[in-house]
Design a protein around this ligand. Structure first.
Ligand code: 5GP
Ligand code: ZN
Length: 134
């Protein structure tokens, strides 16, 4: 897509620190990393988000993420790892080209990627469940 920075990076028009590439994806180092080794799985075709990306492509993105995560764990010796994928500005998406974050975690890395839990009542949870499955 014209003007999309991740299209340009994924297709090699703009250089990047690529750590994996195949026909469908490029995996690059994030230039504003949460931690050492923070990487992004970019499909070479433009899809804005999870709602646009085809099922097969997102399944393949997960397979690539697993391979890359395994390599990062071995080479950088991380203690844990988060996979994060934001959809929409409200959810923190800033680049509107689907990407899957691979975020290695280290003891005392000072990051806080997890959410703050809330306390809905049992009735509220049932109501939400019924809305989703109904
Ligand atoms: P989002 O908030 O959309 O889920 O994540 C966008 C990520 O892309 C951010 O972590 C940001 O640091 C990274 N990013 C934005 N522009 C560039 C760029 O030009 N190059 C690289 N390597 N990463 C980028
Ligand atoms: Zn794009």
């Amino acid at each position: 897509m014209d003007g999309c920075i991740f299209c340009k990076i994924a297709n090699g028009e703009i250089p990047s620190n690529t750590i994996f590439e195949n026909d469908e994806f490029r995996v690059i180092l994030d230039n504003g990393p949460a931690t050492k080794g923070h990487a992004l799985v970019l499909p070479k075709k433009h899809y804005a988000d999870l709602f646009e990306i085809p099922e097969e492509t997102v399944a393949n993105a997960a397979i690539v993420a697993k391979k890359v995560a395994q390599n990062i764990k071995e080479k950088l010796n991380c203690d844990g790892l988060n996979l994060v994928q934001n959809n929409g500005a409200t959810a923190g998406q800033t680049v509107m080209h689907f990407h899957l974050h691979i975020i290695p975690r280290y003891e005392n890395d000072g990051q806080h990627i997890l959410w703050k839990p809330t306390s809905p009542s049992a009735e509220e949870l049932v109501d939400i469940k019924n809305k989703i499955v109904g």
